[in-house]
Design a protein around this ligand. Structure first.
Ligand code: BGP
Length: 469
């Protein structure tokens, strides 16, 4: 089977991870500009001050993407380039940059797929409580509307938020992302609700503008499976999916939160502070989602725990995705299983669970259009006689594209696949050591770009529409 002609083959990035130019041309500081400077927060103190200098080299990068035959480039806008203080005065040079980047994509027929929020929050808003403060929601809606007006004539695909669970959980439960708060479940749930409310409002504003494009958001998709079929672990999987899957997908696609979770949060005093107006808006916005973006890296294998277990010590390497921790409510823990395959960072490699998970989406949410907005392998790529031989990445993407095909055959409505990432970039906590790109960036040699083996392979996949996978 070939992928249909309207299936988009793309690759992704995010502003903080590629742009650099952290204070160039009037950009304001962000939460990440500050957080990465705190000693011990990131691998070897790496930060995005320069990143891979995409801000200044976007022409070269887009040209390489075009050479690869990329049909779409997913990138994010840095809010603080547009509104240096998060709200108020607009920085025209920031708008110019994204206009140039969009136009450069279009010059080659590359569809720009734009994320409005990929975690870099203007510092002034961070200081006022970030997503705990409902004023941030108002500021976000203003920012989103400005982006629709400035870019919406040419950008026809908008993602409102990237991976709410990650910035909320790492920010308020694990303390590994800004603002670095640990074990505050009340705040964690509040942040998720405020973000979903902001998403709903942005959707309603977008539709008023009649731009005839698509809008949705991207969630991490890590379906949970019990480590065996026992009653206890089947329950653990159900519970994990209620909290990690339904809590995130139901308000967006069904317009209301899952009762199972709401009831427990109310009993524990952890329910967000939400108003009936906010809940009504979330309900009103649900049918306006044109698609759902899924970022799939791995499933979760879960085991019920009988009594509270100690949290494993978080290291930079394991705090973003390696199994081993109890859930916040000590009902289950994620487990590293001997019979599974893992990356060097202990992320499970499972295209099989991807297919099962995609079926789960269909069963729960029907025919909503899906884009796989991220999927890829973080690795330390081998360099052999000067060539970047990222064969494990080729195998990884190959197997996951086959999984996508399989899911399409089973009736799941998937219209695009974006590899993470287009080009090597800054891994939030793991620096430049953990690579994901088709394009290698030589940090020892003036950030020179080189094509990896996967670059040539993906080019062939696109040209043949996946016929030989
Ligand atoms: C996703 C993020 C990306 C990217 C990716 C890989 O959660 O949306 O921004 O970073 O994960 O993560 P890491 O760099 O931790 O390996």
């Amino acid at each position: 089977m070939k992928f249909e002609n309207d299936f988009l083959f793309g690759a992704a990035s995010a502003s903080y991870q590629v742009e650099g130019a952290w204070d160039q041309d009037g950009k304001g500081p962000t939460n990440w500009d500050e957080f990465t400077k705190i000693p011990g927060k990131t691998f070897e103190g790496t930060n995005g001050d320069i990143a891979v200098d995409h801000y200044n080299r976007y022409k070269e990068d887009v040209r390489l993407m075009a050479e690869m035959g990329l049909e779409s480039y997913r990138f994010s806008i840095s809010w603080a380039r547009i509104f240096p203080n998060g709200t108020g005065e607009v920085n025209q040079k920031g708008i110019d940059f994204y206009n140039n980047l969009i136009d450069e994509c279009l010059k080659y027929g590359i569809v720009p797929f734009v994320t409005l929020y990929h975690w870099d929050l203007p510092l002034s808003l961070e200081k006022k409580g970030a997503w705990l403060n409902k004023d941030t929601v108002d500021a976000y809606v203003d920012y989103a509307v400005l982006c629709f007006k400035e870019f919406g004539d040419r950008v026809k695909n908008f993602i409102t938020f990237n991976e709410t669970v990650v910035f909320a959980a790492l920010g308020y439960l694990a303390g590994a992302h800004p603002p670095g708060i640990e074990n505050d479940a009340k705040k964690y749930f509040q942040v998720t609700h405020n973000v979903f409310y902001a998403h709903a409002r942005a959707l309603i504003e977008y539709k008023k503008l009649n731009q005839y494009g698509e809008i949705g958001l991207s969630h991490v998709f890590s379906p949970a499976f019990g480590i065996d079929d026992s009653e206890a672990n089947t329950f653990a999987a159900m519970h994990a999916n209620q909290y990690q899957f339904h809590w995130f997908f139901d308000p967006i696609l069904r317009g209301h939160y899952p009762e199972y979770v709401v009831k427990q949060l109310e009993e524990k005093g952890l329910a967000p502070d939400w108003t009936t107006e906010e809940l009504a808006l979330i309900e009103q916005a649900a049918p306006l989602n044109d698609f759902m973006g899924l970022n799939y890296y791995q499933p979760q294998r879960v085991e019920k725990i009988e009594e509270a277990v100690e949290k494993r010590e978080n290291t930079l390497e394991n705090s973003t995705g390696a199994p081993g921790n109890p859930s916040f409510d000590n009902v289950y823990r994620t487990v590293l299983m001997e019979d599974k395959r893992y990356t060097k960072w202990n992320w499970e490699i499972s295209p099989e669970a991807f297919v099962d998970g995609l079926e789960m989406i269909k069963e729960n949410y029907g025919q909503i259009k899906l884009y796989i907005t991220e999927n890829g392998l973080g690795d330390e790529d081998p360099i052999i006689e000067g060539a970047v031989c990222d064969i494990p990445r080729i195998n990884f993407i190959n197997d996951h594209l086959v999984a996508v095909k399989e899911a399409i055959d089973r009736g799941v409505h998937i219209k695009g696949y974006y590899a993470w990432s287009a080009i090597d970039l800054l891994s939030w906590l793991n620096g430049y050591k953990k690579q994901y790109g088709f394009i290698y960036v030589d940090h020892k040699n003036g950030l020179e770009r080189k094509k990896k083996a996967s670059f040539h392979w993906f080019k062939e996949v696109i040209a043949t529409r996946g016929e030989n996978l």
